[in-house]
Write a protein that binds this ligand. Sequence first.
Ligand code: M7G
Length: 292
Amino acid sequence: MDRLVSAFQFERLLSSDSQLKTIALLGTIDGRAAILQLEKSHFDTASLPRLPVQEIREIASNDVYHWAMTTLQQSADRDPAAKLNLIYPASETHIRKYEKPVLHIVRETPELYRSVVLPYIETMRGDVIKWVRNILYEGAEADRVVVKNDDFVLLPDMKWDGTTLESLYLCCIVYRDDIASIRDLNETHIPYLERIAGTLRTEIPRRYSIAGDQLRIFVHYQPSYYHFHLHVVNTAYHGLGESILAGRAILLEEVIDTLRFLGPEGYQRRTLTYAINESHKLWELGLNRSAT
Ligand code: M7G
């Protein structure tokens, strides 16, 4: 990875978010597209009472108030300055995903799902989810797995630094490959989903000091990857931007209860209202005609 990062040739800024303290850069490595994302780290309170403050440039003082800019003592093992994500080689879909979003609320009717979204999902179910198969069957990230059973593998999400409990973010990937998104769920899946929810809420507190009811368990619609998976995040954590907002995230228990009312057709009966990025392929494929 060190070699890849040093070979990264900057091309343009894809996005920057002052609230999330992230930037995503597009560049090339050995002539192929690469995305480098940096996210400034949270403070490591475990190192207190040692103060990490290094250089200080005072801005002003007034009465009992003093403020300044500072640098921090940092090292990649303890107190890292930032978390780095590299996607290489990056596809056109990756580039669209990391570009500054321009979001529109769309209403996806059952008809639009069948005519526009389903054919798109079919095209997305190939190599793009290689990383999922690697985790399920090839032992990728095996040393980080939190729970593995007949239903799923639970492991730290790529978005998490793996240590800060406040921003705990786990990804639960199921073994079933017949559920691309919530659109494939119906009432027959209720016991299955209840079992998963129950296991997550009892097993995670055994491994992290967090209560079962402090876990926000949700799915995305649209997800980026069409193999059923759940996001599991500390309820105290809000620094996830669009990923956790209404219009993208749907709580697992809400999904289960909705299924009780939808009958055998399940989610394919619903009109789903959500936010979609203008740069998402589905926007130009037809969702632009369904904006509210
Ligand atoms: P999503 O709802 O399909 O899309 O979630 P999103 O990425 O727009 O949220 C997929 C989830 O899987 C995200 O939370 C990703 O951060 C996470 N993820 C993606 N990849 C490629 C990996 C990976 O290779 N390893 C792990 N542990 N998590 C990943």
